[in-house]
Write a protein that binds this ligand. Sequence first.
Ligand SMILES: [Zn+2]
Ligand SMILES: [Zn+2]
Length: 284
Amino acid sequence: MKIGNEEYLIKPLSKRTLDIEMVILMFMVYVTVYLWVFEYISWPIFYIVFHFFYMRFFMGNHERFHSIKSKNWPRLFEIFSEYFALAVTPWDEPYDSIRTKHFIHHATHVRGKKPTQEILQNPHSIYEAGGFWRSLFFCLFFEEAQLIIDIFNKNITKSRWIRLMIYLPLQILFIYNFGWGKYLGVFIAVRLLSSGGWLFFSWFSHTVSYKFGYIKQLKHGKLILFLMGVLNGKYVRDGFFRHASHHAWPSVPPDKLYLLDEAVLRNPDSMPEMIPSTDKIAVN
Ligand SMILES: [Zn+2]
Ligand SMILES: [Zn+2]
């Protein structure tokens, strides 16, 4: 990629590398859950530690969409590791389906074009168009909303059924052994973090953040960057915050995006164009 006179060659990660990372993160998530279930840690500690691993998982999962698939784990094996089986509702959306929608999201946010807000054509637009409250509602019920959209679009992938068969017995076993209280504690943690992730990643990134424009966003977003770094670590922070650069260079891993942002600050003429996802905010 070329920014001004500067040339950058940054390779995307291989999907297998990220698959392995996801398994390790999932393992840590499960360890955290069982430490709480067997009462080795209290619930506030559980939520803090769970948050840290889970948000890294959220961002790594997005990174897998853009990785090189030539080195890949077999899809069936991947289904065991791709999500947090204990707390998904049986209708949750699998990786391959989210990936397709995410590519539509990228294809509809292109230079010089206003993003489409047609829900059936661009299912991710429900998280970012139509204002904060509407986006919040759909982010909280993102699994249910995407299932309804998929039924309308006749897009129920085989992975949904396979996941249901794998995850449902695990969840029944968990509830049978540890009770509804523990199950709901984990479920609420997952839903809050996922919906918060979607709200920041889609609504905030494509409306509030874009409103300021690329340069102002980088220069004045330092407080948000700092707070997000403390809460989530650098990798997750940059994955969330540097979303405009992600759209310009989707295959660049989050921890390398700052290099391109710094190059843009030195070469403002090469700034990628951003168009907010809402009618209410003027394009700068
Ligand atoms: Zn986006
Ligand atoms: Zn992306």
